[in-house]
Structure formats: structure tokens, C-alpha cells
Design a protein around this ligand. Structure first.
Ligand SMILES: [Zn+2]
Length: 864
């Protein structure tokens, strides 16, 4: 061997050694990769993604699958971990899993591999979750750091999909705050700045939405990406990792009552099995935990319920800590709760869950396939299908279809059926009804029938009233659509195709102007789009006829006159038609054949309003976020967000929107606002913001009308007496004192109104009610009530229906106050007005039915 040969051989040998070593070293521990021990500090999101990608690059057990970007452009993705052999056939395993969900039972050639999905940090400031994900990703990929668990054996029959951070925008907001405020050594004193996160906190995403309320509605870009990815895999087990208060220990499944009735005995039982294994891990080192309390399974858009309604074992795990805990904090008992300890707990519950799922993989797969078969052959509940009559508002129908698609629910066209027993969502009654050919039909017999039945449930039955969220959400009410629930099955007759709808302007070639229909749910979107382009638009306050066509009050008139400076007026009008799902009509003259001519004062000119809102301390970040999201993503109209009431530049504003909040207004603040409104300003108060004006001279809003309070109290007393009598009777039977201490917490629930649907009566002649008929199903999410206004009521709860919700639960003591109370009203002051929207119409962005009320309040001020 000459020296050159020798060198070549040595080099080859070194390369061989190095590649073997490098392959090993490519899978670093989190601390090697990050440069600090897990728990010493919080990890920024891009480093989390980098680490996950390094695991995927360095190991044949893992791949990284991106599924989207957040609003702030952070990468979203999952690390899919399983054995090398399973990785080699991963797509086949995925397809086999999808076949289990077709509703045809378990295929005979099923490969027998289960899917477990672990979601971390949906609430950004529950920041331990992602740190724990780093540790658990490493453990699953390497097989180290998993206690006495045999990771390799787990991964032979299980695919683990880990989403290390569901909400990176919120989490990095929190991590930046931690980095900024905490020093070299964490300060455990809870009174210090590192334990006091500033507004709006990192819990929510960019638009300040709580993404653990969004699974079913998918209004947020992160949820849309994640659920699409989730539905591509459809796991048998899903864990949503959270944190609760500093002084709470650990919580895991089984969950507390109420459970939605659709949750199967098997799903209940399997939670127990997994919980028991978690308990075994926690007992081994004496960790404290609790189960079966606080966290219920009802509202369908959580990270535990939504997976449950899709056939998985959905669970929430809660570590004690949260935003306040920082890197270390002293608890009420004087212990120090460290980030490292919080990581350990979430890491172990994750490992334990994978272990128990792997142990039960056959059962999980079998029951999962069974769940989907049952949906197809014998759907849950009393309704066999749902019909949305054809010819309804195009925008609302589009939103309905979006939600159905996003949940994997299939639908089609109905055949004509002359007589079918059906529940009517508007009247609340069941009777013989007619289905017309071409109506939208959703057959309940379908694989995703579970989530369908929950979302369409006219009145979900609570197994226990102790819930902390809304108790009614039926899609027809949320969308404001007519629908019926069928008692007998009707099969879909044809694929759904949307009725062809011209959005192009029709009529004259060289028009005098255009009319854009104003009645649609998204009509104000069309208006806003024109205003944003500088178009002057007029709103007809009475119906009129022209060119042989009939137009309605509330329609928008656009004339060439006053729009001379708009470069592309016809284009702007056409774009408004698209935005509002309506076709503009070109007209030849300003002289009408009935009604008033266009030059008349019956057409109020609307010019682009300058709008501002408050988003800062003292304001509900959720409400501020809903408003921001609505302007940016729905109306696509500019809004000025200022940090405090005092920052509003009133002289240069036409509309101010006050989100729900806890305003500390003094008389000076109110006087400034009042002067601005009297001069022509339009003030819109949402939800809790109404309280800032209640009982204040000149603002027209009061808790109770004259004499009303005494009546309500008398009725409350009657209910209380009846309850006392009932309790005395029950307690005597059990030999108990009048109200045992243990029952007192529960007693307070009788005053609660966590969220229910009420039928409101509307004055549909008022511009605030444009786009509505004489009724509106309102979602009321608190017991707060105000008396009907002395003038300007637009929506009130009818005084004659006992104040009970149309759908959902209200504590019995909350009911007397609801009768006749205000839902939405306008109080005129000088040249301007105040709109009180007592029930937040933008709630979680999914109550589509309320959006028009909000839009009218903001844009139709000149007509009020
Ligand atoms: Zn949480």
C-alpha cells in the first residue's frame, strides 16, 4: 500500500466512523441543542421547531410535517414518531387508519397500529407545555428518559404525533415577557414583575382568540391548519396539555360531569384506564393529582370534546403553574414550584399515555372503527337528518358549508318529500313538514355523524349544570338559518352544487348608478368595501321601483354624481357585489316609478367612517380581539386600535367601538364622550362596556325600568321559597341541615347564566335591524341585564315568554331578570347616537347570525 492508498483507506475509514458517530450525535438532547438545561429558561418557538427538525433529520423514527403558519408567520407542524419499520410504511398505515373511519368496520387486513396525538400549549402562557414536549420528543425518538417504559415496544404498534406548540404567537409573547422581566436567578416571590404578565397576556393567539374554544368553528388560521392535519391522521387518543393555577396540583382524566350524552361508555371507560396508568406513574414518586373535578366535557370546540366527538379518547391534562409561575414561584404552602418540576409532570403523563395506549392499541383501534360504523348504521340521538331549505341567504349558507366541510361532514341535495315529521328550529315545534327537491340535506348516517349530531343538537342535554361554558350552539341558530331536524331518514338524492349566482352587475350599459341589495348577511361587507375605495353610498330608507324592478328599504344606491373622483367606480361596485354575495343592478335614471327619487333626503349618504377601538388594560382581550379580527378578516376595513380610552382622538373620529371590558370612567371621561356623540359621533358599546353607562345621567341605559326591580325581586323570592321548600323536604328525608355547607358552592350556580340562546323580538323597521326579520336568536353569555330603553329599542327579550332560554341552560334564579330585558338598542344624543349591544354579537367569531347587528351599529350611524 503506498502512502496515497494508505491515506485514501484511512480517510474512508474515518468517514465511516465519523458518519456513524455523527448520526448518533445528530440526535442531541434538548439541553445539548439549546445550550441550557430544560427548565432553566423558556424556549423560543423557532428553536423548538429547529429541535424537532433536528430529531427528524437525525433519526429514522421521526419525521417533521409542517401544517401551516400563524398570523405572525411562525411555522406550525407535527413530529410524527414511530418505529423505523412503521416509518417505512407510514403512508400505508395512515391510509389504513382512514379506512377504519369509513364506517365499514375494521378491515380484515388492518395493520394494527394505533395513533396517539399530543397537543401542547394551545394556551400560550401555559408555557411549561412546550418545554415538556421538547423532553418527550427526545424520549420517544431515542427511547431514553421514559422511566421503566419500553419505548421501542410502544412504537411497534403506535404512531405518536406531537404538536409541540399549537399557539406559537401567544407563547412567544409570554416567553418574550419572561426573558425581559426575569433575571439570572428566578425570583420566587409571587409579587414580583416576572409573575405579573401584562395585557393581553400570552394565553390567546395573535387575534386574541382562545384557541381552545375554536376546534369546531375553526375561525383562526392555526385551528384551520391543525384540524386539517388532524383529520388527515384521525388519532385514537388526543391529549391537550394545559396549566391551571399555581396552587393546584396536577389534573388528568377522567373528566368531571357534565359529559355530553354522545360520549360512549367505552370512551368514558378508556379515560379511566389511561388515568389509572397516569396515577401509577405519579404515585411512584408521590406526586399530587386530582381527577373527575372541574373540567367537564360538553361544549364542542375544546381540545378534548372535539376529538371525543370524532371518535377519539380526548383528554385535558393540567399542570399547576400557568402564567404566574414563571421559572419558579413560592406556592401558598410555602413550597417552591419550579419549571423543571412542571416539565417532569407533563413529560410523565405524556409517556404514560403513550404506554397505556400502546398496551391497549387493539382495543382502541377496534372501538374506533366501531364508533364510525355506529355513526353510519345507527346514529346517536333522535334525529336522522337535517334540512336547510333552499333559497336562504348566500353568505350564511357559505359559512354553514365552510363549517360542515371543516368538520368532515358530508351533505347533498334532498329529494322532494311531501310529508316528514320534523323539528323546526325557529318555532321549536315538531310537526309534519315538506322537504323540497334541492334543499340542503345532511343525512345523519355518515362517518362524522358524531360531531354533526353535537353541532346540530337543538337543545343539548346537560348531565349536570356545573359547566363553565355556553350550553347551546346549534348551527342553525349560530348561522341565523331556517332548518329542520328529521325524525325519519331521507337519503341524499344528488351531490350539492351551489346555485349559480351572478355577482356581475346587470342592467344598463351606461348607467346612472347602481343599486346593491342591502338585505344579505354580508351586505355591510359590500358597503365597507366600497367605502374603503372612497365611494359615496346612499342608503334608501324606503322601498322604491325603477326600470321595472322593485328595491327595498336598506338597499344601497351608488350614483355617478358624488363619485366623480373614484377611478374605477364600476369595478368598486362589482367588488362590493362579490364581498356581499349579491349582484349590483345598474339603473338608467335617478327618477323612480314609485318611492322617492335619488336626490331626495330619503337616501342618507354614507361616507367612509373613521373608526377606532380600545385595546388595552381594562378591556376584555377576547372582545378586543374579536373586533380586530372582524374588521381585518371579514369587513376588511381599517380600524384604529388605541391602548386606552384617553388615547382616542375624538375630533378625528366618526365611530368608536368599545369592546366588552371593565372601564374605569369618571364623569370627565363620560362628558367628553357625550359631547362628541352629541356633535355627531357614533358610539358602539359591546357587552360589558354597556355597564359603564348604566344609571348615568343622559345615557338612557338602566339596569331596571320604573317598578321593574320590585317585580323581579318578588319573582326571585317566589322561586327561592319554592326551592327552600323543596330542599327542606329533601334534606328532612336525608336528615340534613337546611343547606349543608357542601352544597353552598353548587347553590351559587342557580344564579349563573353561562351561555344560552334566547329568542329576541326585533323592530325590523330600524336600520340597526337591517338584514333581519322580526326575530333574532341571541346568545346570552352572562346574567347581566338592562331594562328596555325608553326609546330606541331594537331587540329585547319578549316579556311574555317567562325569560327562559329557547335552547341551553340558565340557572333558575337568573331567569326572572331576563324577561323584557334589552338585547340591542339605540339611544340618540344630539346629532349622534349610542348603540348598546348587550349580547356580544361577535362571540368567538362563530355566531355569524349576530355579525350583521354589529356591522349595522358601526356603519349605519348616519341613518339612525
Ligand atoms: Zn389552558
Amino acid at each position: 500500500m503506498n502512502s496515497t492508498q494508505e491515506m485514501k483507506t484511512t480517510t474512508a475509514f474515518l468517514v465511516l466512523i465519523c458518519s456513524a458517530l455523527c448520526l448518533q450525535s445528530q440526535v442531541s438532547t434538548p439541553s445539548e441543542f439549546l445550550g441550557y438545561e430544560l427548565g432553566d429558561r423558556f424556549t423560543r418557538h423557532h428553536r423548538v421547531v429547529d429541535y424537532a427538525k433536528s430529531l427528524a433529520a437525525g433519526s429514522d423514527r421521526a419525521i417533521w410535517e409542517p401544517y401551516g403558519r400563524t398570523s405572525e408567520f411562525r411555522e406550525l407542524g407535527v413530529l410524527v414518531v414511530t418505529s423505523e419499520a412503521n416509518q417505512a410504511r407510514l403512508e400505508a398505515l395512515r391510509l389504513a387508519n382512514m379506512a377504519r373511519a369509513e364506517g365499514k368496520g375494521l378491515p380484515t387486513d388492518d395493520p394494527g397500529v394505533a395513533f396517539v396525538w399530543l397537543s401542547y400549549n394551545v394556551h400560550g402562557n401555559e408555557a411549561v407545555c412546550t418545554e415538556a414536549a421538547l423532553r418527550s420528543m427526545h424520549a420517544l425518538v431515542t427511547g431514553q428518559d421514559a422511566g421503566d417504559g419500553d419505548v421501542a415496544a410502544w412504537l411497534d404498534n403506535t404512531v405518536v404525533i406531537m404538536d409541540p406548540c399549537v399557539n406559537p404567537d401567544g407563547r412567544d409573547r409570554y416567553v418574550a415577557f419572561q426573558d425581559r422581566t426575569s433575571g439570572l436567578t428566578p425570583n420566587v416571590n409571587p409579587g414580583t414583575v416576572e409573575h405579573d404578565e401584562p395585557w393581553p397576556g400570552g394565553r390567546s393567539n395573535h387575534y386574541m382568540f382562545d384557541m381552545n374554544r375554536d376546534w369546531a368553528w375553526q375561525t383562526q388560521v392555526e385551528t384551520q391548519g391543525r384540524v386539517t392535519a388532524y383529520r388527515r391522521w384521525l388519532p385514537q387518543v388526543h391529549v391537550d396539555f394545559h396549566e391551571q393555577g399555581v396552587n393546584s396540583p396536577y389534573y388528568f382524566a377522567p373528566a368531571a360531569e357534565p359529559y355530553h350524552k354522545i360520549i360512549s361508555p367505552w370512551q368514558r371507560k378508556c379515560q379511566e384506564h389511561i388515568g389509572a396508568n397516569n396515577a401509577r406513574w405519579f404515585d411512584a414518586r408521590g406526586a399530587l393529582y386530582f381527577t373527575r373535578e372541574v373540567f367537564d366535557l360538553f361544549y364542542p370546540a375544546y381540545g378534548d370534546t372535539w376529538p371525543l366527538y370524532n371518535g377519539a379518547i380526548g383528554m385535558t391534562y393540567e399542570q399547576g403553574g400557568s402564567s404566574r409561575a414563571g421559572r419558579a414561584i413560592t406556592t401558598a404552602l410555602g413550597d417552591t414550584l419550579t419549571l423543571a418540576y412542571r416539565i417532569l409532570n407533563h413529560h410523565e403523563s405524556g409517556m404514560s399515555t403513550v404506554e397505556e395506549s400502546a398496551r391497549r392499541h387493539k382495543e382502541l383501534i377496534g372501538q374506533f372503527a366501531e364508533y364510525y360504523s355506529k355513526n353510519v348504521s345507527a346514529p346517536f340521538g333522535e334525529h336522522a337528518g337535517y334540512v336547510f331549505p333552499a333559497g336562504q341567504d348566500a353568505s350564511k349558507m357559505a359559512e354553514l358549508l365552510r363549517i360542515l366541510d371543516a368538520n368532515g361532514i358530508v351533505y347533498g341535495k334532498a329529494p322532494a318529500v311531501s310529508s316528514v315529521q320534523a323539528y323546526d328550529y325557529v318555532s321549536g315545534r315538531t310537526s309534519k313538514r315538506t322537504v323540497r327537491a334541492g334543499d340542503l340535506l345532511i343525512d345523519a348516517h355518515q362517518p362524522h355523524g358524531g360531531i354533526l349530531q353535537v353541532l346540530m343538537d337543538p337543545d343539548p342535554e346537560l348531565s349536570d349544570s356545573m359547566t363553565y361554558d355556553i350550553t347551546a350552539w346549534a348551527l342553525p341558530h349560530a348561522m341565523g338559518l331556517q332548518a329542520m331536524a328529521l325524525e325519519a331518514r331521507v337519503k341524499v338524492s344528488a351531490e350539492w352544487t351551489e346555485a349559480p349566482q351572478s355577482k356581475q352587475a346587470s342592467g344598463a350599459q351606461r348607467p346612472y348608478g347602481w343599486v346593491l341589495p342591502g338585505s344579505g348577511a354580508d351586505a355591510i361587507r359590500g358597503l365597507a368595501s366600497m367605502l374603503a375605495e372612497g365611494v359615496t353610498v346612499r342608503r334608501a330608507d324606503t322601498g322604491f321601483a325603477l326600470d321595472g324592478k322593485v328595491f327595498s328599504a336598506g338597499d344601497f344606491v351608488i350614483t355617478l354624481r358624488n363619485n366623480e373622483t373614484v377611478a374605477d367606480l364600476a369595478g368598486a361596485v362589482a367588488r362590493a357585489g362579490v364581498a356581499s354575495h349579491a349582484a349590483p343592478v345598474a339603473v338608467t335614471s335617478g327618477r323612480v316609478t314609485s318611492g322617492y327619487d335619488f336626490g331626495s333626503s330619503h337616501y342618507d349618504a354614507i361616507q367612509a367612517p373613521r373608526i377606532a377601538t380600545v385595546a388595552g388594560e381594562g378591556v376584555s382581550s377576547l372582545s378586543a380581539g374579536e373586533i380586530w379580527h372582524h374588521f381585518e378578516n371579514k369587513l376588511r376595513y381599517p380600524i384604529n386600535r388605541v391602548g386606552a380610552l384617553g388615547d382616542l382622538d375624538l375630533d378625528n373620529l366618526d365611530v368608536v367601538v368599545l369592546p366588552s371590558g371593565w372601564y374605569r370612567m369618571d364623569d370627565g371621561d363620560r362628558n367628553d364622550l357625550a359631547a362628541w356623540v352629541r356633535g355627531g359621533g357614533q358610539l358602539v358599546a359591546v357587552g360589558g362596556a354597556c355597564s359603564a353607562f348604566s344609571g348615568q345621567e343622559g345615557w338612557g341605559l338602566n339596569r331596571y325600568a320604573e317598578g321593574e326591580r320590585a317585580d323581579i325581586q318578588a319573582e326571585e323570592d317566589r322561586i327561592q321559597e319554592a326551592a327552600d321548600e323543596r330542599n327542606a323536604h329533601d334534606n328532612a328525608a336525608q336528615g340534613l341541615d337546611p343547606l349543608p355547607f357542601a352544597a353552598q358552592g353548587r347553590d351559587r350556580l342557580r344564579y349563573d347564566l353561562p351561555g344560552a340562546i334566547f329568542r329576541a323580538a326585533l323592530d325590523d323597521t330600524h336600520p340597526l335591524a337591517d338584514g333581519y326579520g322580526s326575530e333574532y336568536m341571541t346568545l346570552r353569555t352572562s346574567g347581566r341585564r338592562f331594562a328596555a330603553l325608553e326609546d330606541g329599542n331594537v331587540a329585547v327579550l319578549p316579556p311574555d315568554d317567562q325569560g327562559r332560554p329557547f335552547s341551553g341552560h340558565a340557572g333558575e334564579m337568573s331567569i326572572p331578570g331576563q324577561k323584557g330585558s334589552l338585547v340591542a338598542g339605540v339611544h340618540n344624543m344630539g346629532r349622534g347616537s349610542v348603540v348598546y349591544l348587550v349580547d356580544n354579537p361577535l362571540f368567538r367569531a362563530f355566531w355569524k347570525s349576530g355579525h350583521r347587528l354589529f356591522d349595522n351599529a358601526v356603519f349605519l350611524g348616519p341613518s339612525m
